[in-house]
Design a protein around this ligand. Sequence first.
Ligand SMILES: [Zn+2]
Length: 268
Amino acid sequence: MRLASEPLNPKRREEVQWISFNQSAVEGGSIMGMHDVIQEHLPFTASVLAVCAHPDDESFGLGAALSTWADQGTRVSVLSFTHGEASTLGANRGNLHQLRANELATAAGELGVETVRLLKYPDGRLTEEPSDKLSADVRSAVELVDASLLLVFDEGGITGHSDHVRATEIATAVAGEIGIPVLGWALPEAIAAQLNDEFAATFVGRHREEIDLSVEVDRSRQHRAIRCHASQSSENPVLWRRLELQGDREVLRWLDPGHAMVGSQPSA
Ligand SMILES: [Zn+2]
């Protein structure tokens, strides 16, 4: 299987590129970092598992992608390593451990999430937890929902939070071991820079060349899910500003080595 050498119309090119993902791996194509075609649709897949650090990550970050997949008929599930009990927001509302578990359950319903696995690792200290234990929990969730793709926060954790970085590292390693793709939810560089400017925040953004998918989304279900996380969203100007800047676009990157070969063309 080779890519045609003559120019293709964009639509056809997109189809060929999808086919070439696996073929490149088979043929040992090199990683060239060329992203001349950005996909405009989420991949069709049977079962997506979002691997997150905290309740609300699935809504604040991944909500639009997850609800879009659910609308496409994809089975959508969420694993959260922690109960988010260490949050500085909403502490006056009661026991965050329980409160945030309840918020996650209702938000999941809004997004169309079928299965939620909420674990009890300590919020803010995921980097101190043994990776084999965290990995085993991801593997077990993958088996439970027969996941065909993992969705995570981009490397760098989007906000720079060490729990986010850790959750992504663990999920990506597990995906590699069992051979399923993993997509990272990313922020365009310009949006991250704008947020960092306005809020002295630490968002990590991506150049256009690093983005593999740019997908138009309807955020209405995400907004409803975010409101379910009232303890975290009601006084969170950074969140609302980010969503405003993102508009109706989500950008994502393949984090597994097989898909990093997108754009590499077998030599003719
Ligand atoms: Zn988080």
